[in-house]
Design a binder for this molecule. Structure first.
Ligand code: ATP
Ligand code: MG
Length: 393
């Protein structure tokens, strides 16, 4: 194997002052979770403010990099040569060896960028840059120095060990999951809500999810699709506990009692109420939906306002200002798109009215909801208590 060690660079979490270790620990935990499925034996360690992933023996390089690319909080993944022998003569040999192995075609321009954490090291960084540059030019005459726009920047860091690297593979950015509380995602089988969950998890928020299904109007297969989507999002967010709520009786009752053109909006208000109640029970501090202004009748600004009106918790709608194509682009990137477009029925579309209200008046909607007073309380309680939970990861 060419590389046995990787330096993990993080961006925003570097700025968290005294709480920095919490962020680093969360990042290490997420890295361990993500590389569990990669072939090979790895260790993840923090040493003098740096996180390293090391492989013991053979492993699958592509799989490892792909797994690390899914860990929020990682800005860069740097495959490197690492040596314990800090002697400068040895270092010269290592740098020559590094370039020899990593760049078979050496018609390249380069610059050496040395850093010493240990200021007692016999050479200054300037001296190291100069000497290592010279050694490389002697070993590989086809290489040229370019201090302004080098094709490769050869980074040499003298710490307790010496790190040599030049490749920096971009990570997803964001913050490690687990550093920003927990939120409840309303996860349907569509394109938008998995993307919404991904975006909030990227900011370090742990995710639980709730799915409303309506058997027999929606099938087992439709439910499995949502489990599959939660599992795909979990590749980034870490394990997701999915709450599956049977919504059939509530939907039928609304259908019986309320004007059909208000059905969707009233149904959405009950979804939010139930999601909020489960969120409170599970210590989630916010709700997440995949709503986007104007996408459908239930997502006009008036409809959103009417839906939002039943929530006391903050509702995060990270794709609110995105066009459909922008959401699709992210869905493709995170690999949920193919699953989302599988054609299974959705509980919202089953009882949908031909001409749903697009500008619901909250007073009118409340008045309609009064017709549900007799049974809805018990129905909601039954739905919440009877929910099924599945761990997705
Ligand atoms: P999506 O692509 O996420 O399904 P959509 O464009 O189909 O969204 P709607 O059906 O109006 O839009 O749903 C808006 C949001 O409400 C969804 O993004 C999701 O967060 C939530 N939602 C809708 N249906 C369900 C459901 N059956 N279970 C859980 N959440 C739902
Ligand atoms: Mg939907």
């Amino acid at each position: 194997m060419l590389y046995q060690s990787f330096l993990i660079k993080y961006a925003e979490i570097g700025t968290k002052g005294k709480n920095r270790y919490l962020f680093e620990d969360a990042l290490m935990k997420q890295i361990r979770h993500a590389i569990r499925e990669v072939d090979g034996d790895f260790s993840v360690a923090k040493e003098t403010g740096r996180i390293y992933v090391r492989a013991k023996g053979d492993y699958d390089y592509e799989d490892l990099i792909n797994a690390l690319k899914r860990v929020f909080g990682i800005a860069w993944i740097c495959p490197m040569f690492q040596t314990e022998n800090r002697d400068f003569e040895n270092l010269k040999k290592e740098v020559v060896d590094y370039i020899g192995q990593v760049y078979p075609d050496r018609r390249l321009t380069f610059k050496v960028d040395s850093r010493r954490a240990d200021k007692k090291y016999p050479l200054t960084s300037e001296e190291m840059n100069r000497e290592l540059g010279e050694v490389l030019l002697n070993a590989y005459p086809e290489m040229k120095v370019d201090v302004h726009h080098p094709q490769i920047m050869v980074r040499v860091e003298v710490r307790t060990m010496v790190n040599i690297y030049s490749q920096m593979i971009p990570g997803p950015g964001g913050m490690p999951v687990g550093t920003n509380g927990k939120a409840m995602l309303l996860l349907s089988g569509g394109i938008d809500s998995p993307v919404a969950g991904y975006m909030i998890a990227k900011r370090g928020v742990r995710i639980e999810a709730v799915y409303f299904h309506a058997p027999p109007y929606t099938s087992e297969r439709a439910k499995q699709k949502v489990v599959d989507l939660a599992t795909l999002v979990a590749r980034y967010s870490g394990p997701i506990r999915l709450h599956i709520v049977n919504f059939t009786d509530i939907q039928l009752y609304i259908y019986e009692q309320c004007p059909h053109e208000e059905l969707t909006i009233i149904m959405r208000r009950y979804m939010m109420r139930i999601a909020q109640s489960i969120a409170q029970e599970t210590e989630c501090l916010a709700l997440i939906t995949g709503e986007s202004i104007g996408q459908v009748a239930s997502q006009t600004v008036q409809s959103l306002a009417a839906t939002n009106q039943v929530c006391d918790m903050p509702v995060f709608r990270p794709v609110i200002g995105f066009d459909k194509q922008e959401i699709v682009d992210i869905a493709e990137k995170i690999n949920t798109y193919e699953t989302s477009i599988q054609p299974y029925e959705d509980c919202c579309t089953i009882f949908v009215a031909k001409h749903p209200v697009t500008k619901p008046n909250v007073k009118v909607i409340r008045h309609s909801e009064e017709k549900l007073a007799e049974k809805i309380g018990l129905m909601v309680k039954t739905a919440i208590e009877g929910r099924e939970t599945v761990m997705c990861w």
